[in-house]
Write a protein that binds this ligand. Structure first.
Ligand code: NAD
Length: 487
């Protein structure tokens, strides 16, 4: 069986998903396929009335299904059925995902989709295991911390890993007893609509997952400012996160989880296993063409090993296999849009004009689609645009250090603190620097997530507030009540 498919032969579930079915809507936002640039669909734009209808539907569904009050195991079992169905329908889901996004179809079934099903099961299992607490108090009293779901959660996701991001939001919110109104990116909406269709098929009560399509200023704003959305969970850029905080402040007060941008450093010491480091570093910037919040985009290397490490990384960068996302043999992704590709190119060119040396790449790839060559820039300082900006493309900068203090100073970004990588065989140094690095995640002698969903993910500084994954994500979807009873 090959997963390759004809991109013109895919039926799109194009419309909002409210209650138990698609609500047809006119496609008004032009959509282009990243792999060949062809216009192929229009994304509908939900206005405030459509968002209101979705929120009302979610509220009613919570009432009639009693989702937040049923025996928690019922939620576990329903979500497990959904995860099973996601795996059973992985091929259809993979094609919808690959068509619109930058994710190669050959990487989706065993990668993004399998992991998403696993993460939904992880949260499903928490539903009947994470409990409330009795707390110590005097003998004439009883103290408890009880928790309950928020009600309707508003979730907004980016285009770079659409299925995974939807799973990160829907899994914990539903397991914790809430309903969700989800807005996927206007560039990659269809896989999220299909996930909602599968949830109905799996027996999750209609109205608990609603998907409204549209952009940030219209649909996103209507969600974050809606008075009956009790909590907002957002993944996207730091700029949009700031806009969301502003809108929430203007329209009321509500809790929010914000997973935002990154500009993560990778520190390599001379005693590291250089082959292992080169493989991890190259993979982290080439994977999804660097369009990952966790991309390790700033290499900070001990001067004595700079040359051999750069050579090993360049060799890997040159071996990528670009190709349309619907070809199962492709492994190197296009950039999501012409605009984003041109932005990447302009930051690279501005950095070179400011003195950067381009050791490989630095060009738009010839041919169809929005591909960009994996790029390594040396001779840069903290002021270089390539070092200071989140590029969200396959661009790695390289800076040298002589002392541990210098390495730490270079690693510290004024805005971002999402992740950091550290390569050394010296255990004391590894532990010392792990403590010192200002990042929500530190990977030592590896770079990138494992399938240990118990480890939460989230940023320091302006990389975000709160966590996705782990127990933290489950608890972030419940509010707590302190109870003190006089006996
Ligand atoms: P984006 O901020 O442009 O858009 C993300 C989502 O927010 C989209 O659905 C968009 O329509 C919506 N949106 C935009 N403005 C909004 C507003 N004012 N109100 C409400 N919704 C709004 O980001 P993007 O280009 O889709 O994704 C790339 C960004 O996402 C990068 O900065 C990346 O680092 C970040 N990201 C972070 C994580 C993480 O876990 N920290 C994961 C993936 C992506």
């Amino acid at each position: 069986m090959t997963l390759s498919f004809d991109p013109d032969a895919i039926a799109l579930p194009n419309g909002h998903f409210v209650g138990n079915g698609l609500v047809a809507a006119e496609g008004v936002i032009d959509m282009h396929r990243p792999s060949d640039g062809k216009a192929y669909a229009g994304c509908p734009l939900a206005d405030a009335d459509m968002v209101d209808r979705a929120v009302e539907t979610a509220k009613q569904a919570l009432k009639t299904s009693k989702w937040g009050q049923v025996r928690p195991r019922e939620r576990t079992v329903a979500l497990q059925r959904w995860a099973d169905l996601i795996e059973a329908k992985a091929e259809t889901l993979a094609k919808l995902e690959a068509l619109s996004s930058t994710r190669p179809v050959g990487q989706l079934i065993a990668g993004d989709i399998a992991v998403t099903a696993e993460q939904i099961r992880f949260f499903a299992e928490l539903a009947d295991k994470e409990g409330d607490a009795l707390v110590p108090t005097d003998g004439d009293s009883m103290g408890m911390i009880m928790s309950e779901p928020y009600g309707v959660v508003g979730a907004i996701t980016p285009w770079n890993f659409p299925v995974s991001m939807a799973g990160w939001k829907l899994g914990p919110a539903l397991a914790a007893g809430n309903a969700v109104v989800l807005k996927p990116s206007e560039m990659t909406p269809f896989s999220s609509v299909y996930l909602a269709q599968l949830a109905i098929e799996a027996g999750i009560p209609a109205g608990l997952i609603n998907v409204v399509l549209g952009d940030g200023p219209t649909t996103g704003n209507a969600i974050t400012g809606h008075p009956d959305i009790a909590k907002v969970s957002f993944t996207g850029s730091t700029g949009a996160g700031q806009a969301i905080m502003g809108n929430i402040a203007r329209t009321g007060v509500k809790p929010m989880t914000l997973e935002l941008g990154g500009k993560s450093p990778q520190l390599v010491f001379a005693d590291a296993d250089l082959d292992k480091a080169a493989a991890a570093i190259a993979q982290s910037i080439v994977s999804n063409a660097g369009q990952a919040c966790v991309a390790g985009s700033r290499l900070i290397v001990e001067r004595s090993v700079m040359e051999p490490l750069a050579e090993a990384i360049i060799a890997r960068m040159k071996s990528v296999k670009p190709g349309p996302t619907w070809d199962a043999a492709s492994s190197y992704s296009p950039i999501i849009s012409a605009r984003q590709r041109d932005r990447i190119d302009s930051i690279v060119k501005a950095s070179i004009a400011a003195g950067a040396a381009c050791l490989t790449g630095g060009d738009v790839m010839e041919g169809d689609g929005y591909f960009y060559t994996p790029t390594l820039l040396a001779n840069v300082d903290q002021m270089s645009p390539a070092v200071s900006h989140e590029i969200f493309g396959p661009v790695l900068t390289m800076q040298a250090f002589d002392t541990e203090e210098e390495a730490l100073a270079l690693a510290d970004h004024p805005t971002y603190g999402l992740c950091a990588g550290l390569f050394t065989r010296d255990l004391s140094r590894a532990l010392r620097l792990t403590k010192a690095l200002q990042a929500g995640t530190v990977w030592v002698n590896r770079y990138g997530r494992s399938r240990d969903h118990i480890l939460p993910t989230g940023g320091y500084k302006q990389s975000g507030i709160g966590k996705d994954l782990g127990r933290e994500a489950y608890h972030a979807n419940r509010k707590s009540k302190s109870v003190l009873i006089s006996l």
